[in-house]
Write a protein that binds this ligand. Sequence first.
Ligand SMILES: N=CN[C@@H](CCC(=O)O)C(=O)O
Ligand SMILES: [Zn+2]
Length: 411
Amino acid sequence: MLLKNIQQLLQIRPAGQAWVAGAAMAELPALDDAYLLTEGDRIAAFGPMSECPQDYAGEVTDCRGRLVLPAWCDSHSHLVYAGDRASEWLDRLRGLSYAEIAARGGGILHSAQLLNATSEDELYAQSRVRLARVLAQGTGALEIKSGYGLTVAGELKMLRVIRRLAAEYPVAIRATFLGAHALPAAYAQDKTAYLRMLTEELLPQIAAEGLADYVDIFCEKNYFDVADTERVLAAGQRFGLAGKIHVNQFTALGGVAAGVAYGARSVDHLEVLEAEDLAALRGSTTMPVALPGCSFFLGIPYTPARRIIDAGLPLALATDYNPGSSPSGNMNFVVSLACTQMKLLPNEAINAATLNGAYAMGLEAELGSITVGKRANLLLTRPVPSLAALPYAFGESSVERVLLSGRWYLC
Ligand SMILES: N=CN[C@@H](CCC(=O)O)C(=O)O
Ligand SMILES: [Zn+2]
């Protein structure tokens, strides 16, 4: 496939560049008036129009007036869930807080109840609708977590649905085992027994079936503490699963340093951020991930992204698509929120939503930039005056077409 007359081809990186950090996040290498050639599912070549192959025999798309960039890399989602929690959202509109709803047995436990009462086929049917929608919105790589089962059968059901989605859709999917998302009622008096079940019963089964790439835990007051986090990350390591943790959403407990010490691939949320957390991240290989859709929907503080980037660190952006705190998987809106609310420049937000997002799910060698040999997962915008038009037009998707594995995705 040949894309020609591209007004601007963005996020061009050399092979081997894993992420972008600090001041370099404001740079987004680009080529004006460009072409891009794919072969099979890969990017085969690109360059200025003056060097565009003539008489190309395959499919040619004229991209005049349009931008081409890597498809979004959404490194944090809970896209597989059953039903929704709109009723709890109405309770929040009437004045209850997220924590008050959880304390009444709502929240994650409510989603777990719904999920355990839903068949695997029905869960797949509900989840594929959401996946198809986010692909049409420009997502080309996606991480999906378990964590609404909280039982052996429920967690395995979720992970098998994730595997089925990965097999059926032309998008790169990474699966994360988040059994330690909340303490289910059956173990309310015995957290240790629950963690033992997760690490000694479930994890070996998940590893044996190759159902997960990462292990995750919700490190938060009233959920799991730092010692629990270390225990789960250590268990993950024994089975070859790196960590990706939910941490510092409401409370800083020291989980960031624990994540870094255990070589976590990412630490996600960080709405509350202490100087010690920044210090722990410096010099590490752990990616901080901000989830502005969650802050928007819950009305909690935004992750202090400027402090993170200005400290010389990298940052990734993700949707946190889930029924409780962020019922949207639209990366276009996330990029827009990052600019309007967290004061990222468009270039910084695009770096965070592509290459750094790919790194946060271990896909940086395969996706997240315009690099010869990488997978051809690209998005083509509508005619726009400049890149800034994308986040500027908040709530809109400027994505006209999405190329996944070298083919136009037909929604
Ligand atoms: N914070 C923990 N987990 C999810 C929300 C889960 C839910 O409310 O269902 C999150 O990332 O925001
Ligand atoms: Zn989450």
